[in-house]
Design a protein around this ligand. Structure first.
Ligand SMILES: NC(=O)c1ccc[n+]([C@@H]2O[C@H](COP(=O)([O-])OP(=O)(O)OC[C@H]3O[C@@H](n4cnc5c(N)ncnc54)[C@H](OP(=O)(O)O)[C@@H]3O)[C@@H](O)[C@H]2O)c1
Length: 329
């Protein structure tokens, strides 16, 4: 089969569409997917640069999510059969014509959604749902602050929060992104280049939940921005890994700091990918099937243009997800 390979670690230009061995399997409990499209994630850019190695046992090929058609099922798989239109959360291997994945990380394409567009869902849906809903229990009337509202994660998180009746504040670095966030349902729009997000959310009593992509750079200010009993969910480290936190700020308001990583979760068992996928299927998938929540796709590029897709994700004009088209469906 063909896959995106790396000549070496480095810039986008190190990626090539080249022939590689087919994946082995499917083994028991796994399925083989003929990939139609793969989602591009910020983590992929880090893996390409050599800063985010795949976990033990995962494919060396980049790609944390895909959509496609089931080609084969392994022993014991009863939920899927060859020909099913699906999308899947992967530990790697999405930028390829074929991928093997545990069936517990596979979801049917919701409703009549376009098969390629479904590749934009697994990573953002699992990350946002596991943090905002399963961990923080975001509910109606609460204020959610999303840093990087125009990102793949942010554009999905806005829609999930609005669907639960929460009020949404976002930070972004441009008016273009803030406008798009407003269209998706955000009502407090903060340009982090000009405005202080702490002051902006404190005007409304502080944030009950914060979804944070910046890590160290925003740690202390995030604690200041929390409401009483507020919860900070850190999912990214774009602003560094070591920060300073005024514990007194957190104690006084009974604040909580969560930090989670999706890729390193076990496949099954407590806090696993399987647990999140099952919850998504039950609670989020109906909202996507009925159009309440939609994948936000900025661009879809052919697999041979993976380098351009990575450059695009890094561009300040990109709102939502970038997809790689692996084959026609
Ligand atoms: N923990 C997990 O399991 C998990 C899973 C998936 C993703 N993530 C993390 O979630 C984040 C979003 O991922 P993605 O794939 O959706 O990335 P993405 O689309 O590339 O978005 C990154 C965003 O960061 C924003 N940003 C840059 N500087 C900022 C600042 N100072 N303040 C606020 N926002 C800023 C950018 O917006 P502007 O152009 O407006 O600056 C951009 O929209 C990444 O940090 C990623 O690593 C974590």
């Amino acid at each position: 089969m063909y896959a995106v390979t790396l000549d070496e670690f480095g810039g986008p230009e190190v990626m090539r569409w080249a022939q590689v061995p087919d994946p082995v399997g499917p083994g028991a409990g796994e399925v083989l997917i003929d990939v139609v499209a793969a989602g591009v994630n910020r983590a992929d850019l880090l893996q390409r640069q050599g800063f985010y190695p795949p976990p033990p046992g995962a494919s060396e090929t980049i790609g944390l999510e895909c959509s496609g058609v089931i080609a084969e099922v392994g022993a014991g798989v009863t939920d899927f059969r060859p020909g099913d239109r699906v999308c899947a959360l992967l530990s790697g291997g999405g930028y390829a014509e074929r991928v093997v994945v545990p069936a517990t990380q596979v979801l049917p394409v919701p409703g009549e959604l376009d098969l390629a567009a479904a590749a934009a869902l697994p990573e953002v849906a699992a990350t946002v749902w596991s943090n905002l809903v399963m961990r923080a229990g975001l509910r109606a009337g609460q204020l959610l602050l999303i840093h990087g509202g125009g990102s793949g994660i942010g554009t999905h998180a806005i829609q999930v929060a609005v669907s639960r009746g929460a009020r949404v504040a976002v930070t972004a670095g441009s008016q273009l992104k803030l406008d798009r966030c407003k269209e998706l349902g955000a009502s407090i729009l903060i340009n982090y280049r000009d405005d202080d997000f702490v002051a902006a959310v404190r005007e409304f009593g502080g944030a009950d939940v914060i979804l944070d992509n910046m890590g160290a750079a925003y740690l202390d200010r995030n604690a200041e921005a929390l409401a009483e009993d507020g919860q900070l969910c850190i999912i990214g480290m774009q602003g560094g890994v070591k920060g300073e936190l005024n514990i007194a700020t957190l104690l006084g308001k009974r604040g909580t700091v969560h930090a989670t990583n999706l890729r390193k979760r076990p496949a099954t068992g407590p806090s696993s990918k399987a647990e999140i996928i099952a919850d998504l299927h039950r609670h989020l998938w109906p909202l996507i099937a009925d159009g309440t929540i939609a994948p936000i796709v900025h661009a879809e590029l052919p697999a041979t243009e993976a380098a351009e897709a990575h450059r695009l994700l890094d561009s300040p004009e990109t709102v939502g997800k970038v997809l790689l088209r692996i084959r026609e469906s």
